[in-house]
Design a protein around this ligand. Structure first.
Ligand SMILES: [Zn+2]
Length: 529
């Protein structure tokens, strides 16, 4: 690795929150700050003090943290025209945030100066110069975001360059060239930065890009190759419109592809968990296909791929997933080959030879079930039961003989009551139980465990964590079936099971019965022992 250091400047908490459906409370922002510090980023832009109460509250709270490495930055703009920095409320709010770093954004496209700010080109020079000079006397570091720099440069390079010159004359630490509209292409970024480097004698430059041309990450990398010493972006690429440049991809690319220093190898291993932690707080659907940190980033489905990966992962993986804290997954589906089954079985601690004829039985069973609407990707426990049953490695400990589920609503303004009756048979003995629950799934769960606890007291520890219902179309085409995924826990392990039926209650029974089955299997509990 070369000694060259590229500093990571995270804008998830400011630019990232401009993204649709991205909302972080002050508490969320503080937790994210701690995680980003753990990840080893150099700067965290906390927000725009003076623009809203939430950001002001954040800067109050963040002072109490003991951060290991990251420096907090407050973001604002150059002073307004016609007032001094002392009189400018925005500038004063930046200082009140008491951060070691202040980043201000200013105009570097002449068209924006004359048509948006409606001031003279010279007056804009003064805004930039005064604001930087004033802040630099009062905080450790001042960064200047040159807004619309690349678009400005394409229209009037002389003016855009002159703005940068003023910023450096005023004592700015780094000027960040912004592709604010996100429409520039990598080759344009390369040409323009090379030109700036020549004309300004290799100044301290940073890069801030957006993803409107789907090249936010590429643009950042090109800028870094041209010498940029700071890169700005958001985790998971959140941001306005199509998002900001995605740090979850930029960071591993800097380390593993460009070979430059940014965060340590140990810190890089936290990339997956930090990225997913932040994503959890957004409540958006899971990150699947994202590069590096997506759950599918190292998931192999095709039988030929799996067979090769088992011999040597380099055959279908560009990096080792553990480097960034992700993991290799082998998916089981009707596209699976023998290797997928062998790999999964190994994960479950079952030694299977690729030539074992029983693998075909498992594949056959899988295909039948998938046709019915089953999916085992999110239901490892059900998959393990299927494999063990087919291999004759599991004996069912209980049988459900009959069930009745009643959902009754007695009054219009009352919540419905769910009641379940179940008859189970264990070792020749029959047991009847009735139980209620706040919904049919929890009533079934209560009834089943109550009936079986007499025989298997260990079920007392099992709890239903969550369940999800999906409508899937079966191969029959016309009738929809539902797939119920159940997450259970015994306080030590969590596991997921699946049930499919045209009837939601029946699908729930199957998933919950699998959950109990799995618990007994996991703890190696057999009644006859
Ligand atoms: Zn931006």
């Amino acid at each position: 690795m070369s000694n060259r250091l590229v500093e990571i400047y995270d804008v998830t908490l400011r630019d990232g929150t401009q993204g649709e459906n991205i909302n972080f409370s002050i508490h969320d922002k503080i937790r994210i700050t701690e995680k980003l510090d753990d990840l080893g980023v150099h700067y965290i832009e906390g927000g725009w003090p003076g623009s809203n109460e939430r950001d002001e509250g954040y800067f109050e709270e963040v002072k109490k943290l003991n951060l290991k490495k990251a420096k907090i930055a407050a973001f604002g703009s150059t002073r307004r025209s016609k007032v001094t920095c002392d009189e400018d409320a925005n500038t004063q709010a930046l200082l009140k945030a008491e951060t070691p770093v202040v980043t201000i954004v200013g105009k570097s496209w002449d068209f924006h100066v004359t048509d948006a700010l409606k001031i003279s080109l010279d007056e804009n020079f003064n805004l930039v110069y005064d604001s930087i000079e004033y802040l630099k006397k009062r905080v450790d570091k001042v960064f200047f975001d040159a807004e619309h720099f690349f678009d400005g440069y394409k229209n009037n390079s002389e003016y855009s360059l002159a703005v940068l010159k003023r910023a450096f004359e005023a004592g700015v630490d780094t000027v960040i060239l912004c592709d604010t509209n996100g429409g520039s292409m990598p080759w344009e970024i390369e040409d323009i930065i090379s030109d700036v480097n020549k004309k300004l004698d290799n100044p301290n430059l940073g890069i801030h890009t957006h993803n409107d041309g789907e090249v936010g990450v590429a643009n950042s990398l090109y800028a870094i190759r041209c010498g940029a010493c700071q890169v700005q972006g958001t985790m998971n690429g959140y941001g306005e419109r199509c998002g900001n440049a995605n740090l979850s991809s930029i960071i591993p690319n800097i380390k593993l592809k460009l070979g430059y220093d940014c965060i340590s190898d140990e810190e890089l291993k936290k990339l997956y968990s930090v990225s997913h932690f932040i994503h959890e707080l957004t409540n958006l659907s899971p990150l699947k296909g994202n590069a590096y940190i997506g759950e599918s980033a190292f998931a192999h489905k095709g039988g030929i791929h799996v067979s090769a990966v088992m011999k040597n992962p380099d055959t279908y993986e560009h990096i080792k997933p553990e480097t960034i804290g992700n993991r290799r997954r082998v998916l089981i589906s009707d596209l699976s080959g023998r290797s997928n089954i062998v790999y999964k079985a190994q994960e479950l601690g079952i030694d299977l030879d690729t030539k074992d004829k029983r693998i075909l039985d498992i594949l056959k069973e899988l295909k039948v079930l998938e046709n019915q609407g089953y999916e085992f990707e999110g239901a490892d426990a059900s998959f393990e039961l299927l494999v063990r049953k087919t291999l004759g490695l599991y004996e069912k400990q209980f049988h459900i003989i009959s069930t009745r589920t009643i959902v009754e609503k007695r009054k219009d303004d009352e919540e419905p009551i769910s009641e379940v009756t179940v008859e189970v048979q264990v070792d020749g003995q029959t047991e009847y139980t009735v139980a209620t629950g706040n919904g049919p799934v929890s009533a079934i769960d209560n009834a089943l465990r109550k009936a079986l606890e007499k025989f298997f007291p260990v079920l007392d520890t099992v709890k239903l964590l969550d369940f999800r219902v999906r409508v899937v179309s079966s191969s029959k085409g016309t009738d929809s079936v539902v797939r119920v995924l159940v997450d259970s826990s015994d306080g030590v392990d969590d596991w997921s099971t699946v049930g499919v039926s045209e009837n939601i209650v029946e699908a729930s029974w199957k998933a919950l019965a699998d959950s109990i089955d799995y618990k007994l299997l996991k703890d190696n509990i057999k009644l006859k022992d």
